[in-house]
Ligand binder design. Structure first.
Ligand code: HEM
Length: 609
């Protein structure tokens, strides 16, 4: 009634304040129900907590967690960042709420209208939807499943033995462990995806260019971008980094992949050769752009992580001589010869414990890769707003004194007999992450690193350069895209004397045996055995000098053949005790090398020791 008597102006004057009142009233009720953001340091206007951060973000965030608790929130510019720093927080993020927190924060550098990386590979696909699942399944079936890994075990062994051969040729000289490992990892990835080696140990080959471009690509990607902190600047490339970045992605790397693919296409018969990963991608109708994006991902995710983990592991073993001795005993007692196969790794539980301990102290991804909340959700009683950036501080969890006894010491024994694995099931130990976004390369990486380190232990004695004291190894770390050693580790690997001597002793022993045998029975059988011994000797020398396995194999086959010839000759000799027949037989059996053998047969030279 009263409203009916009011004029239009009076009605507006009444409605505006009352609707505002209602609005604030309902907001108050709603916000009293809504949980707060996780606690954290006070954010300053505009900049938020930017000035409280430093270069080693994992260390600074661990310090903040000490003050504010295991789940904290920060504001970096306009962006909300949530950090979990305990195993309980990791389990909430990567297991309980994995379905909404497994989005990816895609840095502006990678976002482009014409997608070249973003949403074309696994790591930088923003949501774990169908497109992401398809790529993940393709990766698993073609590269990372047990069957796919098994089918390429020989190729990996060949690459590891090429590394052993190269280091043997540099026996006694200084080498950088990481550089050597990067070559091996690059060629392993090259053979998986393109059926070819891409670089040699002297740094020649297209792989060197790829690694250089990836290094620049990663170091640009690791710089804080204004537009990531203030989305309002997203339209402009104020720092001109995006232009530089796209130049590396499209012009440098893009051209390299295109060239390799063209060369590969011209150089092989796809219908008969075994298909590699790029063949499968092309068969599946992937565009060249997508092939490029996946190649970039495989090489950048696979090479640096394996290189730096191997370097940390070697550095820890050199610093801890007692542990080194235990690992050496484990490996050297078990393996006869110079080759470690992946199937031998089950016999090296202590070496595996050393790798686990290395990844606990020096995880290449100390904060995993940044996740993104695809919806607002509630974690541990706090609100996580949509599009917040989510980090899990693996580095802090790996050093948490409530989980690990004496957490800063390198003690691989803690993993012996423990069920802790890096398979993403134990939230106190997650060097490869967990849940949907867990690293798919875990098995490939662990097998390769363990085979490499076991082979280096088996074939070489390790020394620090310039008689450096092991305690003086600089273990300082740097975090850009991955965490790596600040100072490269240079070591001197000397071919093991024992291996050299062992083959000499065996050679002499066998020759002595042959001498005796031939005196008592007949000289011709002795000649045959002598050849066998010489083959054995040649093979041992191959081993000692790190010559590839194939050379060893050929020599082994030849040895077996000679043994057959030699036994036949001996049998004939018992029967044909006359000199003329013997010489005739010599002619039959040793057609090619007949002259030499006749000479040996007549003169009886070389039969005794
Ligand atoms: C020691 C070696 C390695 C370590 C410690 C490692 C660790 C990690 C970590 C922590 C993540 C992020 C997980 C997350 O965001 O929750 C990741 C993701 C990934 N890694 Fe690895 N990685 C290693 C080797 C490899 C290798 C050899 C490959 C491939 C050849 C690979 C391919 C990937 C890919 C494609 C992703 C993205 C997965 C996704 O977003 O769905 N990694 N890795």
């Amino acid at each position: 009634m009263i409203l009916g008597r009011l004029s239009m102006g009076e009605m507006i004057m009444f409605l505006i304040p009352s609707s505002l009142l209602f609005y604030f009233f309902f907001r108050m009720i709603k916000s009293s129900k809504e949980k707060p953001l996780p606690p954290g340091p006070y954010p300053w206007p505009i900049v938020g907590n930017l000035f409280q951060m430093r270069k080693k973000a994992h260390i600074r965030l661990a310090e903040m967690a000490q003050v504010h608790g295991p789940l904290i929130s920060l504001r970096l510019g306009q962006r909300i960042v949530i950090v979990g720093s305990s195993s309980a927080a990791a389990s909430e993020i990567l297991k309980t709420h994995d379905h909404v927190l497994s989005g990816r924060h895609v840095p502006v550098l990678l976002r482009d209208k014409e997608s070249t990386v973003h949403n074309m590979n696994l790591a930088f696909t923003s949501e774990t939807g169908d497109g992401w699942r398809k790529i993940r399944n393709l990766y698993t079936s073609q590269i990372f499943s047990s069957k796919a890994l098994e089918s390429r075990a020989n190729m990996r062994l060949e690459k590891v033995m090429e590394m052993v051969k190269y280091i043997a040729s540099k026996s006694g000289e200084n080498i950088s462990i990481k550089d050597v490992m990067l070559v091996t990892a690059t060629n392993i990835m090259g053979n998986i995806s393109l059926s070819m080696d891409l670089v040699d140990f002297e740094g020649n080959g297209i792989g060197a260019k790829i690694n250089d471009a990836l290094r620049r690509f990663s170091s640009l990607g690791a710089q804080p971008q204004l537009a990531d902190l203030y989305p309002i600047f997203g339209r402009w490339d104020i720092q001109s980094w995006k232009k530089k970045f796209m130049q590396i992605v499209e012009q440098e790397l893009g051209t390299i992949w295109e060239d390799i693919l063209k060369r590969k296409k011209n150089g092989r018969n796809i219908s008969t050769d075994k298909k590699d990963f790029t063949d499968i991608l092309i068969d599946k109708g992937c565009t060249h752009q997508q092939v490029n994006a996946l190649m970039q991902e495989l090489f950048s995710a696979g090479t640096e992580s394996m290189g730096s983990t191997t370097e940390w592991l070697v550095a820890e073993l050199l610093r801890n001589q007692e542990i080194m001795k235990k690992v050496s005993d484990e490996v050297r007692k078990k393996i006869d010869g110079n080759v470690v196969k992946e199937s031998d790794l089950v016999h090296f539980p202590f070496l595996e414990a050393c790798l686990k301990e290395t990844l606990r102290l020096h995880p290449p991804g100390p904060l995993l890769l940044p996740h993104r909340a695809t919806q607002t959700c509630e974690v541990m009683g706090y609100t996580i707003p949509k599009d917040s950036l989510i980090l899990v501080n693996m580095w802090a969890i790996g050093r948490d004194p409530s989980i690990w006894d004496d957490p800063l010491s390198f003690k691989p024994e803690r993993f012996m007999g423990s069920k802790l694995s890096y398979k993403g099931k134990d939230f106190e130990y997650l060097p490869f992450g967990a849940g949907r976004r867990m690293c798919p390369g875990e098995a490939l990486a662990s097998k390769t690193i363990l085979t490499v380190v076991a082979s280096l232990i088996l074939n070489f004695d390790w020394f620090l350069v310039d008689n450096m004291n092991p305690e003086d190894i600089n273990m300082e770390e740097v975090l850009d895209v991955a965490m790596h050693k600040k100072e490269p580790l240079h070591v001197t690997l000397k071919l093991r004397e024992q291996l050299k001597l062992k083959s000499w002793y065996l050679y002499l022993l066998l020759k002595a045996g042959v001498g005796l045998f031939s005196r008592y029975f007949n000289y011709l059988g002795g000649v045959g055995i002598l050849i066998k011994v010489d083959y054995f000797f040649a093979r041992s020398m191959c081993i000692c000098n790190g010559l590839d396995n194939i050379a060893g194999k050929v020599i082994r086959e030849a040895t077996i053949l000679t043994a057959v010839v030699e036994i036949s000759l001996s049998l004939f000799n018992f029967w044909a005790a006359n000199e003329r027949l013997r010489l005739q037989l010599l002619g039959y059996f040793n057609h090619g090398g007949g002259v030499l053998l006749k000479f040996l047969g007549h003169s009886q030279l070389g039969v005794g020791v």
